[in-house]
Write a protein that binds this ligand. Structure first.
Ligand SMILES: *Cc1c(COP(=O)(O)O)cnc(C)c1O
Length: 406
C-alpha cells in the first residue's frame, strides 16, 4: 500500500510558492484545524486567533450549530440557481430583515459582489427615481477606503498598490477625505446618487471617524437625496459590540452591505440590504448570480445569525472589547503610538520609527497568538466574539511580552 504523503512546513510553503499566485504574504503558519477561538497548525501547536479571517469567523471556528445546519442542508439541496425557487431563501429574507430592520434583500456571494451590486442598484435608482441624466450618476467615496478587489472597486481605491497596473477604471466616482462632513457637502452635485462609506475603516487600520460625523452625513444625504450606503462587511454582525456599527452613531443607512461573518466562516455569502426604494428598481434579468441565494448558503447564514444573537455574542464583543482596549491602553510602552477600537475591532499602532509591526506579529505567533499587521506599523486584534475574559487577559500578557522586542 502506498504510504500517505507527509508534508513538512517547508513543503507546504514551497508548493504555495511554486504554484500559487503571490498576491498574499501570509505568516508562515499552516493551519489544519479550528475550534472556537483557537486554531491548530499541522504540528498540532495551538494558537489564539486574533484575526478571525478578517472578521468572517465572528461566531468562532467550526461553530457546532452552524456546522449542523451546513451538514443537514448539504444532504438535502445545495443549489437550484434562481431559475427555480428554494425553501431556504424566503426564510433567510425574513430573518435578516427582522434582524436588521431592512425592507429588501439582494443575496450575493462575496463582499466585493455586494458592493458592486449596490453600485448598480443605486445608479439605477438615480436614473429612475432621482431623475439623473443617463450615464451621469456619481458616487462619492472616501480616501483610504477598502471595499474589495474588483476592477470597479479598485478604480476608486486610493491605495496605489491596489490600483497600479490594473487600469483603465470605471468613471463616476469622486473621492473625499474620511470623517469630513463639509467635504461631503461640497462634493455633492445634482448627479450625486450615493455616498459609499465604511462606518469604521477596517483595512485602513481601524480608523474611527470623529463623534457626530455620521449624524451630519445622514442629514446631508437626506437633504440632498443621496443614498447613504454603509459598507458593514467588516464592522457588521456584532464585531463592534452592536449588530451594525451604525447603531453607535445613532443613524440608519439607506443601503447596508454585509458579508464575511454572515455565514460564520463556513460559506461565502453577502447581501445588499435596503429600503424599499433602492432595490425596488431591479427587474428580472437586470442582475443575478448563479450561486447567490442558494439554499446551502441561506441555511448556513440563518443559523450563523441565530447563534450570534442567541448566544449573546454581540454583548460579549462589547464587554470583551472594552477589556481588551483597556488592557492595551494600560501597556504604556514607548513604541506605542495609539490604541483605538470599538468592540472587538481593535488596532495597536506603533511609532513610525519602530521598524514595523511584522516582527511583533511574528513574535506573537511564536508565543501562540495569531494577529496580522495592516500597513507597516499597525496590528489589528479582532478575535472571535466568543472570546472569554481569561483569553483576553492571556492575549494581553502575550502582547505586553511581545513588545519587549522593541
Ligand atoms: C473584506 C471587505 C470587503 C470585501 O469582501 P470580499 O468578500 O473579500 O470580497 C468589502 N468591504 C469591506 C469593508 C471589507 O472589510
Amino acid at each position: 500500500m502506498k504510504q500517505p504523503r507527509t508534508l513538512e512546513l517547508s513543503d507546504y510553503l514551497a508548493i504555495e510558492h511554486r504554484l500559487g499566485a503571490h498576491n498574499y504574504k501570509p505568516l508562515d503558519v499552516v493551519l489544519s484545524r479550528g475550534l472556537g477561538v483557537y486554531v491548530w497548525d499541522t504540528d498540532g501547536k495551538r494558537y489564539l486567533d486574533c484575526l478571525s479571517a478578517y472578521s468572517a469567523v465572528n461566531q468562532g471556528h467550526c461553530h457546532p450549530r452552524i456546522l449542523g445546519a451546513l451538514v443537514e442542508q448539504a444532504g438535502k439541496l445545495t443549489l437550484t440557481s434562481r431559475a427555480f425557487r428554494n425553501d431556504q431563501l424566503p426564510l433567510f429574507y425574513e430573518e435578516i430583515c427582522a434582524l436588521t430592520g431592512s425592507h429588501k434583500v439582494l443575496p450575493m456571494n462575496s463582499g466585493a459582489e455586494a458592493v458592486e451590486s449596490a453600485i448598480k442598484a443605486v445608479r439605477k435608482w438615480g436614473y429612475e427615481v432621482k431623475g439623473v441624466p443617463a450615464d451621469q450618476a456619481e458616487i462619492i467615496v472616501c480616501a483610504d477606503n477598502f471595499h474589495g478587489r474588483t476592477i470597479a472597486i479598485i478604480g476608486f481605491s486610493t491605495d496605489p498598490i491596489a490600483r497600479r497596473g490594473f487600469g483603465p477604471f470605471a468613471p463616476g466616482f469622486k473621492v473625499i477625505p474620511f470623517g469630513d462632513a463639509d467635504a461631503l457637502e461640497a462634493a455633492i452635485g445634482p448627479n450625486t446618487v450615493g455616498f459609499l462609506v465604511e462606518p469604521i475603516q477596517g483595512e485602513a487600520g481601524v480608523i474611527i471617524p470623529p463623534a457626530g460625523y455620521f449624524k451630519q452625513v445622514r442629514e446631508i444625504c437626506t437633504r440632498n437625496r443621496v443614498t447613504l450606503i454603509l459598507d458593514e462587511i467588516q464592522t457588521g454582525l456584532g464585531r463592534t459590540g452592536a449588530l451594525l456599527a451604525e447603531a453607535h452613531e445613532g443613524i440608519e443607512a439607506d443601503v447596508t452591505l454585509v458579508g464575511k461573518a454572515l455565514a460564520g466562516g463556513f460559506y461565502p455569502i453577502s447581501a445588499v440590504l435596503s429600503n424599499q426604494e433602492v432595490l425596488g428598481v431591479l427587474k428580472p434579468g437586470e442582475h443575478g448570480s448563479t450561486f447567490g441565494g442558494n439554499p446551502l448558503a441561506c441555511a448556513v447564514a440563518r443559523m450563523a445569525m441565530k447563534v450570534l444573537v442567541e448566544e449573546g455574542m454581540i454583548q460579549n464583543a462589547q464587554a470583551m472589547g472594552d477589556r481588551f482596549l483597556a488592557g492595551l491602553r494600560a501597556l504604556n510602552h514607548a513604541v506605542i503610538k495609539e490604541v483605538r477600537g470599538r468592540g472587538l475591532l481593535i488596532a495597536l499602532e506603533l511609532n513610525p520609527d519602530s521598524g514595523g509591526a511584522r516582527k511583533l506579529t511574528e513574535t506573537l505567533m511564536a508565543g501562540g497568538l495569531l494577529a496580522k499587521e495592516t500597513h507597516t506599523n499597525t496590528v489589528r486584534f479582532a478575535p472571535p466574539l466568543i472570546i472569554t475574559e481569561a483569553e483576553v487577559d492571556w492575549a494581553l500578557e502575550q502582547i505586553a511580552g511581545g513588545l519587549g522586542i522593541y
